[in-house]
Design a protein around this ligand. Sequence first.
Ligand code: ASP
Length: 311
Amino acid sequence: MLNRKDLLGTSDLSKEEILSIIDLAERYSDDNNNHVNNTKILTGITQINLFFENSTRTQVSFEIAGTRLGTNIVNFPLKNSSQSKGETLLDLASTLNSMFPDILIIRHPNSGAVQLISEKVKCSVINAGDGYHEHPTQALLDAQTIRKRLGTITGLKIAICGDIAHSRVARSNIFCLKTLGNQITVIGPKNLIPKGVETMGVEVTNNMFDGLQGVDVVMVLRLQKERMNGSFFSSEREYFHQYGLDEKKLKYAKPNAIIMHPGPMNRGIEIDGDLADDINRSVITKQVEVGLAIRMAVLDLLTENHPLRKK
Ligand code: ASP
C-alpha cells in the first residue's frame, strides 16, 4: 500500500514503501514473463504522458504498463501544444487539471518542475525524471533487478561510476539503496562528483580501481552532456581509459559482480561494448524488462483508492 498522491522521488520513500512496490512488481514481472494477460484493473483511468525531454525506455514502458492495466492513455504532443506559444508550466498544469486526468507522468529538464506541477493538480503525478534531481522508477527497477539477480537487496557493496554530478539516476539510487541498507561508493573525476555528496552517506573516490574493490554491483552512468556547461573532461578516449568499465577494472569487483547501466549507453566511453553484452555479468536488458513491471506496480499502487477501482 502506498499512502501518497504522488511519486516524486525516492528520498522520502520508506523501506516498507520501496519493498511494497518491488514485491508487487515481482508479481507483474512473472505475469509478463508467462504472457499472462493482466486483468484491466485500471480501466477508465486516464493517464497523460508529458515528456518535455527525450526518452525511449521510460516513455515506452509507462505506455505499455498503462495499456496492460487498461488505462486510457493520452500522449501529450508537446511540439503542437501551447507550450511552444510560451504558456507557463503552472498554466499548463491548471489546464490539464480541469480535464480530470487521474495520473500524470512527467519528464522535465528542470529539477523541481515535476513537484511544482504536482502541487497544482488534484491527480497523482509520477516523476519520470526531472533535471539532475530524481528518477524514482529507475532506482526502483534497479533495486528489483539487483534482488532478482543476487537474491538480496540489503547489505551489498555497490559502486556508482561516472558522471554523478549531472545524474538523477545516481541521486535516486543513492537514496533508495541507502534506505534498503546497502553500502555505496561513488566513483568519478573530481569535477563530476557533486560537492558535499558525502552527506548522503556514501564513500567517494576518484579512482576506479580503489572504488571497485570487492563490490557486488557496478552501476555505470552516461556522461550527461546535455546538462554540462562547458567541458568536464579532456577527451572521450582519456575518459574511457580512466573511468570506462572494462575487463581490467572489473577484475577488482567480486567475481560474481553484476554490471548495470540505465541506458542509453555510450559504448567505448563509459563502458566497453563487449562487457555490456556479456550476459553472465551484464543485467542491462534485464533492467529494461523489470522497468515495465515496476511501472505497472507504481500505477497500480498510486491509484488503489481511486473510486473507479471500488466497483
Ligand atoms: N535514462 C536515464 C535518465 O533519463 C539515464 C540517462 O539518460 O543517461 O536519466
